[in-house]
Design a protein around this ligand. Structure first.
Ligand code: SF4
Length: 193
């Protein structure tokens, strides 16, 4: 049997009427279905990382936070209390769970050496040390104290900073302080949080 759209609507309407006439209230059942998935989950507020709109998201994970337990993300949805999106997400943001639970997601620093054709893993301490050494070497070699007319400018044009939409006001405040102290003039950020 291949029910038409009209048949489907008839069946649905009759089913709804029968439930009403016989006194069944399906609302608690639907509510139960809704709550079961996240009933024992931990709710974490976060920000969609994809674009500068910076929609708020709720990330639900399970795990009792014991040392030998790895938390598992089970659901992501829009945050209804967030002033930017009020619970809504665009299709890209709605697929955020697939970004988190993705075997291709990079979770540690990597470096591609000059002349190399591939990226290699590097420890966090080594990555920080290498970045610090390169920043110092670049700044020492290219810092501009005076412009062509002899005016003091004390600026660094060879290093730039770019930030993401999940960077907070507090984080960006520190970024600007740190970058300006080095003389960096090229700063950009798409954050709205
Ligand atoms: S949900 Fe969509 S609009 Fe909102 S921040 Fe993510 S990508 Fe941008």
């Amino acid at each position: 049997m291949h029910p038409s759209r009209r048949d489907f609507l008839k069946i649905g309407t009759i089913g709804g009427l029968a439930a009403s006439v016989l006194g069944f209230d399906l609302a608690p059942a639907y509510a139960q279905l809704r709550t079961l998935k996240i009933a024992r989950a931990t709710e974490t507020r976060s920000t969609c990382p994809y674009c500068s709109v910076s929609c708020g998201v709720l990330i639900y994970s399970i795990g009792d936070k014991a040392k030998n337990v790895t938390p598992q993300v089970i659901h992501v949805e829009g945050d209804p209390d967030h002033p930017i999106n009020r619970g809504t997400l665009c299709p890209k943001g709605a697929s955020l769970e697939q970004d988190i639970l993705n075997e291709r997601r990079i979770t540690k620093p990597q470096v591609r050496r000059p002349g190399s054709d591939h990226w290699e893993d590097i420890g966090w301490d080594d990555a920080m040390n290498e970045i610090a050494q390169r920043v110092k070497k670049t700044r020492d070699a290219t810092f501009i104290e005076k412009d062509a007319a002899g005016h003091s400018v004390n600026r660094l044009e060879s290093i730039a900073w770019t930030g993401g939409c999940t960077d907070t006001n507090e984080f960006n405040y520190l970024v600007v302080k740190a970058m300006r102290s080095l003389g960096v003039v090229h700063l950009e950020n798409q954050a709205r949080v």
